[in-house]
Design a protein around this ligand. Structure first.
Ligand code: CAA
Length: 294
């Protein structure tokens, strides 16, 4: 199955990144948001990321203009009609996602693939909102999408092998490396990453070290690009908390249970970089200072 035209539902942090890499890779790409305001914020994010590539010289001004010309921003789901693949990247709410998929199912041609970028919700549960069970899968991208090489392709018990091949092939055409996984909460990466991040919070609460020392330990001792607290602030403490709750509900294992400190931070609106405060304080974004939490 050949993918020629792509759709992306949602132009938030992940949706804008997915639409950007799709257009950069030569695919005419329709990207939809629910308001003009959200759409222009998403397109602004794409412009900014493309500008970084042109500044670095990894993309010419001409390639940037061609990428932008391949993007068709819209407010209407009906504009996805001619797409061969639509990737959903709306908020992590199962009901909202099921509504979007039920509507798309009616608009798209029979051969088209539907994929969700969810990080933790069940692909199978979304699939049942449609009548294209064989052509429904997960395509989970990583933040920041233009830089991160991985895509998790998620198959359900009902996904057709030809649809899996189509998704793997599309991910490769985006310059990504796909890995194949089954529909289990967290897939491969969050199944392993989230308990590690939660354990870092526990280690801090137990007095193993300061936030800065635990971060430096994992960064320099394991060559990770970011220590666990910097990564928690980057991904979002609210997002990680939400994913942990889903993993805990699926596996009922203590290691997936979010620690109380994390819950209190979410209650207090300390989500990390996006709210300016998390494990670090970003009042001066170039020079984050550790936040006094205990
Ligand atoms: N588009 C284009 N270029 C970008 C960019 C973007 N969106 N974001 C950053 N860059 C560029 C910067 O301009 C910079 O360029 P130069 O090297 O020319 O200066 C370069 O990328 C590096 O950026 P920074 O200097 O700002 O910072 P960095 O060296 O720390 O790299 C990073 C940033 C790539 C994010 C790196 O820190 C990293 O890999 N961090 C880990 C990210 C990670 O683990 N992501 C996965 C999170 S988990 C997830 O997403 C799954 C989930 O379901 C929750």
């Amino acid at each position: 199955m050949e993918i020629r035209k792509v759709g992306v539902v949602g132009c938030g942090l992940m949706g804008s990144g997915i639409a950007q890499v799709s257009a950069m890779s030569g695919f005419p790409t329709v990207v939809r948001e629910v308001s003009d305001e959200l759409l222009s914020a998403g397109l602004g994010r794409i412009e900014k990321s493309l500008a970084k590539f042109t500044e670095k010289g990894t993309m010419t001004a001409d390639q940037k203009a061609q990428t932008l010309a391949r993007l068709k921003p819209t407010l209407k789901l009906e504009d996805f009609a001619g797409c061969d693949l639509v990737v959903e990247a709306v908020i992590e709410n199962l009901e909202r996602k099921r509504e979007v998929f039920a509507a798309l199912d009616k608009i798209l041609a029979q051969h088209a693939l539907l994929a969700s970028n969810t990080s933790s919700l069940s692909i199978t549960e979304m699939m049942t909102a449609t009548r294209r069970r064989e052509r429904f899968l997960g395509m989970h991208f990583f933040n920041p999408v233009p830089l991160m090489k991985l895509v998790e392709v998620v198959k359900t018990v009902a996904t057709d092998p030809a649809a899996v091949e189509g998704a793997l092939d599309f991910a490769k055409k985006l310059g990504k490396t796909p890995v194949l996984t089954n529909d289990r909460a967290g897939f491969i990466v969050n199944r392993l990453l989230v308990p590690y991040l939660l354990d870092a919070v526990r280690a801090f609460e137990e007095g193993f070290g300061t936030i800065e020392d635990i971060d430096a330990g994992m960064k320099l001792g394991c060559n990770h690009p970011m220590g666990p607290f910097t990564l928690l602030d980057f991904v979002g403490i609210d997002t990680t908390y939400y994913i942990a709750e889903i993993l805990f509900a699926e596996y009922r294992e203590k290691r997936f249970a979010p620690p109380p400190l994390m819950k209190r931070m979410v209650m207090a609106g300390m989500y990390g970089r996006k709210t300016g405060k998390g494990f670090y304080d970003y009042s001066d974004p170039k020079n984050p200072k550790v936040n006094q939490l205990l």
